[in-house]
Ligand binder design. Sequence first.
Ligand code: HEM
Length: 482
Amino acid sequence: MSIYIIIVIIIFLLIYYNKRNNIEIDAIEYVRDGCYPIIGNLFSLIKNRTQFLKNSREIYGDCFKVKLLNQTIIFILNPFDWINIIKNRSLQFMGEQFSRTIFDLDHNFFGKSELDTELQGYFTQYLKCSNGLEKLNIALIEEMILFIKKEKNDLNEKQMEWRNIGLFEFCSKFLINSITKTLFGNVELEFIERNYRNFDSNIQYLFLLFPKWIYQLFFRNLLKSRYYLNKYWLSSIHEYNESDLIRDRTNLMMKNSDWFSSKDYAGEKTFLLWSSLTNTIPTLFWSLLYILKDEFIFEKVSNEINEHFPKEFFNNIQHISFNDNILHDKLICCIYLESIINESLRLYSNPMIMRKSIKNFEFTLYDKRKIFIKKNSIIALYPNIAQNDSNYFTSPNKFIFDRFINKMGENSHGFLPFGSGKSMCPGRLFAKSVIKISIIIFLQFIHYKLNLLENKIPNEKTHRYGVGVSHPEKDIQILLKF
Ligand code: HEM
């Protein structure tokens, strides 16, 4: 008799356990609004990703599933879950899928992890260590000063005193010119600029990882610019004056041509060109705009710059030894600039950080719910929502220029403009020095007239949501004298 009771209890326990588990698995709901057969939530994701995710969070909480064609993406929006996601070895960075679809790499070297590590090692050596960074920054300043001289000569030739230009357009020209030449040397700038701009203007569609035929059918112009860029690198392997970073990466790929195909080599260069420019330009735009528009911020920043970077500092720039790290030490002292850049990134950076599962596993969320993650599922983090949430940042819609002074705000949960973990942006230190140096040179060497009354802070264009830092909906006209 007692054996039957035990069996019945076991069966009941099994049914209860199974049911409980099912409830927990099902507790992560699919977003139903705007979900259509076959395409799923595609339209909402393309139209305004940030708004769609904010609305979905209000209905479904911090974790929900979104259908995109034949894929399911599990969004996890609570920052307290992110560290466990990023550290989880069953979830991997989707570098391979992205580099194949977006930059047309073969990615044969993916299986050869020593080579991948060596390639990444050059980022550490030249973009993160102070000597490598110092050398790049000195070269960058020289390029920027050259740019200003050329603009001045151009205006002189045209017998004009002022140049009327959009501030975003100026930031684009200024950085495409100086970053590209600093990293890649004496390239055919006009050609690179034209194709970069065309490629960048629609790249958000490549991030959706559609099948290849869709791009071949509907995005021919985009693929053409990528083709021209990739072809350019193949026609000119080493450029005069290229940076050590590019030289060493190129040499490593050339030496291991059994692992790196010509498509890998060319795609890697286009990838580096794109990633060095695409977020740095809009971050410079927003930072500069807030400085120029607010007298109080302007004064604070000007004082800081005059103290650490008086105009005379630039007279001897070519004689600075990059072993002394003078520039690095001075840039660190510019705490208002650092905070303004972070505050611009807090408001305007919209990356979607994705990981793919390599096996089935169960993940416990911070709120104790369990998600069953199947092999090949995609997990996505979207820091912009936390970055604009009053639970993590006071008055989140306000630009508070000194919010990040002494790294106070930066330590907050949810601030991830450069991603996190192994794939965290290796160019982040260079990016910040580029933006600081650009602002310093702008304020020290360029006269400007901005109509403060007419120009409000523009809204963001929604098309970059999920890709990176937003562009303004409308450019701000400015008069510049060099
Ligand atoms: C304000 C400027 C920048 C922002 C906001 C930014 C942001 C990001 C983000 C969000 C990622 C993806 C991280 C992830 O998925 O975990 C990334 C990756 C990357 N960034 Fe940046 N970035 C900036 C500037 C730069 C610059 C100047 C360079 C190069 C000189 C650069 C090189 C890269 C590279 C190579 C990767 C890919 C890393 C990998 O595949 O492991 N970025 N960046």
